[in-house]
Write a protein that binds this ligand. Sequence first.
Ligand code: SF4
Ligand code: SF4
Length: 367
Amino acid sequence: MKWIGGASNQDLAAIEDLAGLFSLAGVHCLDLATDPAVVAAARRGIAWAESRGAARPWVMVSLSDGSDPHFRKAWFDPARCPLDCPRPCERVCPALAIPALGLNPIAISKISQAHAGVASGVLEDRCYGCGRCLPACPLGLIEERDQLLSAAAVPPLLAALRPDAIELHTQIGRSGAFAARLAQVRAAGIPLRRLAVSCGLAVAGAPPAAGSGEGSAREHAAASPERLTDELWDRFAQVRAAGFAPLWQLDGRPMSGDVGAGTARAAVGLLRRVAGRLPPGPVQLAGGTNDRTLPLVETLERSARGMVAGVAFGSVARARLQGLLLRAQKRGGRLLDQADLLPEACGLAGDLVAPWLKRTRSSSERA
Ligand code: SF4
Ligand code: SF4
């Protein structure tokens, strides 16, 4: 069970709260941006949960071997927005990263500069790159900007953060770029419990698929399942040669778990299409996973079902707690410290996680 904070999410207050709540709920791993402030915030949340008897989850940080929807942020110049725009961008943003209606563009620009040092209509630290605002703007003013670490930055950063595990996002066609990132990970010289490889059917450099983008991250032209498994075998050889143990994160539909049942079907459907051809290692479902995922997993054929070692929840976890996070932030404190809100918050996190923990316990008992 993994809680995904987000590879480009730097909303420290929310990360601390959610890390604490999902650690207490029993997740085994927290997946975070490779950012010292983010990891420190998550570790404060973990300490809060440990003080209440929770087991310490792994800290995993995410890297990418190239341009990837998980490693981007939206950007637009608010001075170009018409004053009478009904602001659909603001309405579709699940992270409330586009400031509220009622502020004129100059005021928004000032807030952005004060908040993140960048003159943008988007609050950069809150944006986690889901992409929903990009097609929402009728004038096409919103662009995506990559947030990738340089090769030189990776080894010292990882050595300082000392995560338990790393997730390396890759895409079909990026074997060489993956090898380069893996060499940087090795150069950090840190022991890792697992090196997770996150990959879906998107092809590196391919344009967005026609008509994509409605209500979720944009989807890119997709490869065949056979091509995906060929690429995973290539990554398997690389990961093993580097001395790491792999974990396969099948990325059904990135950052869309709060959108609906279709996204859960995409995540489970990807496994159905590649089951039987995957390289050795545990499989974790991600990208579109939500509370409908487990019932869908139970409909898989027995062999495919048995391959699902776990699940990762990102957008859906955040969406569940968003209202309570905001209420706490308006009071100027952590949700973790709000005695009147905490029972509901713990219940919402626990309800998402509990069915999967039960499944894990049942599997262990059978083994
Ligand atoms: S990319 Fe997603 S999180 Fe970022 S501003 Fe747009 S809608 Fe909000
Ligand atoms: S929808 Fe486009 S024009 Fe309207 S406020 Fe958002 S970015 Fe500006």
